[in-house]
Design a protein around this ligand. Sequence first.
Ligand code: S3P
Length: 748
Amino acid sequence: MTRDTTLLRPMDRVVIVGLGLIGGSFAMGLKAHGLCHEVVGCSRSRSTLDRGLALGVIDRAEPDIQAAVAGADLVMLAAPIGATEALLKAMAPALDGNTVVTDAGSVKGNVVAAARAVFGKVPPWFVPGHPIAGSERSGVEAAKADLYVNHKVILTPTPETDPEALNLVQHTWRGMGADVLCMDVAQHDAVLAATSHLPHLLAFSLVDTLSKEDENQEIFRYAAGGFRDFTRIASSDPTMWHDIFIANRQSVLDVIGHFSRGLEVFKTAVEQEDSQAILGIMTRAKVARDHFTKMLAKRAYSKTMTEKNIVFTAHAGGAVKGSIRVPGDKSISHRSIMMGSLADGVTEVFGFLEGEDSLATLQAFRDLGVTIEGPNNGHVKIYGVGMHGLLPPHGPLYLGNSGTSMRLLAGLLSAQNFDVELTGDESLSRRPMGRVTKPLAQMGAAIESQEDGTPPLKIQGGQALKGIHYDMPMASAQVKSCILLAGLYAEGAVSVTEPAPTRDHTERMLRGFGYPVTSDGNKITLIGGGGLTATTIDVPADISSATFFMVAASITPGSDLTLEHVGINPTRIGVLNILRAMGGKIEVHNEREVGGEPVADIRVQYAPLKGIHIPEDQVPLAIDEFPALFVAAACAEGTTVLTGAEELRVKESDRIQVMADGLQALGVKADATADGIVIEGGPLGGGTVESHGDHRIAMSFAVAALRAEADITINNCANVATSFPNFVELSRKVGMKLDVAEVGESHA
Ligand code: S3P
């Protein structure tokens, strides 16, 4: 080809063959964006061409196809796809190899076959394409210049396609605002059969069926929004859709078969009044549809949320006052879904944390075939499937940012009789998994990770696990819990010793579900092969989330804040012990036990803090609270020294380095050491800090602003939603001044 595709100059002539909604809108898009000098319309129908001219859609009409295309830069075939072969044949004598031809047909296999039939091969200048845009309206009158703006256009080049021809077509679509992607012909046809052709077929069929019923007058009179929404596309052009169903016959038949089987399952569930099955179908569908809606609206959700750079600006000064309840405990929320799913019977959870991390666990169990209703205001209803009732998921389980989900699920899933792959976001994909795969391998599990021990984890099912004793090298509740959950399926006893006490929610909750677990000093034991009985779980407020406000009140003169219903499990209260040792004024009121977990209201008032050497035995008891405690240390008088906390380097970020960098950016003397940090209390300036996508770092610096001399800007805060979705709202409620903005892509 000799064409100059530097793509900077507008084309001289583009020919649109077939001037309906699609071709007309393409013509208008070209003109609106100055992509060519002349747009020529070609159609069998003189009246269509006249209307196109009258409406200004085209510059010139040329009914003779050969005269139209000879010497053109680009030809767009936008006639019904059934006509493709005839049109290619008709224009062939006028094509000299310099004209690029593309099309807009909804099926690509038959278009490519038509090109082969006419030219003996797919010509290099032919670029099959399909804009995913349209309307139930048809005809040139319905054409709009912006029909393709922000819509996807799929191009399906073949190996024979000339890259320059592909470039020209891509450039043209992009020039009118479309989002272009390339796909294989067969894949295109299978995907479109499912997402477009089947829904149209169902809409046509439903309206036809209902309209044949005797009382159709009545039916249509009372048909409300649902009917209108579902059947809108039954007003689409029947000839065009006839051609599509025939052209994509095999893929359409495949997907009808698939759908019919699903419908049959739904029918049986209704017939048998099987509420669990009915709710299972609908809760899964609702989640999928909500996800899709958010994707379309480009709102936060799992994968997409970390791509957003949410920036917090925390304004300097203020004090915190009042009484609030922070969201549910993350660790307990995860475990409630896991055990509720494996139990016999229906488990109800109240106070469930609706954060991205615990929702990742919830979605994983839905993907494993468990029916879960909610969460609705923290209420979740889990229809347990029993110890052996999980089903193989349809694809990898995506666990977002959540290390707890991945490590605990690794244990539980290595005992199932199906294969499964666990994946996560960028941060989770960097975190060490050898700490769980090693003991699991000793139990007989078959798990593959990356060479350096990071995710994804590929778990091979069908392994018989055996009991082991494991002496944990690090104080980690995740490792302990992983082994205990795998141990539920093991032959014989599984025991773990921990070098220091770590959170014991797994042990407590297992007992709550009726599974015997013994704790003898630092050794925890259970015997595999038992079952879980459904129960009710009341999740206390998360002490880790409450920590941000405890520190906020402690460092800010004039503060007096009560945190309600906070979990004060002895394995989680390191933060209370450390803050008190620093001089914090903390009162614990109304202590009570809720569902096997101790809970209290915690009142924190301002008090001048002093630096301390944090006792190492407190480290595992406050493991998630250090970023906030470092802020307290920066506001204390004297030096705070932390040792024995190397685990902080492998959390959602390297919390030692990231906090040291952030504090230094604010003018605080903070020196990272191999296993901790040394912080000199002193004045805090303002500035910009990087959270590295770590939720707890982001929230800690928001709190620091209360004592800073100028505002603090915090980058990459989207992941606050993993553990504390209403942090901003609650912060403002107690008196913090926090602004939130979304600025393009994150670089976490
Ligand atoms: C958790 C244990 C801790 C903690 C994490 C939640 C749990 O991790 O940091 O946020 O729910 O078991 P490690 O066990 O790795 O210390």
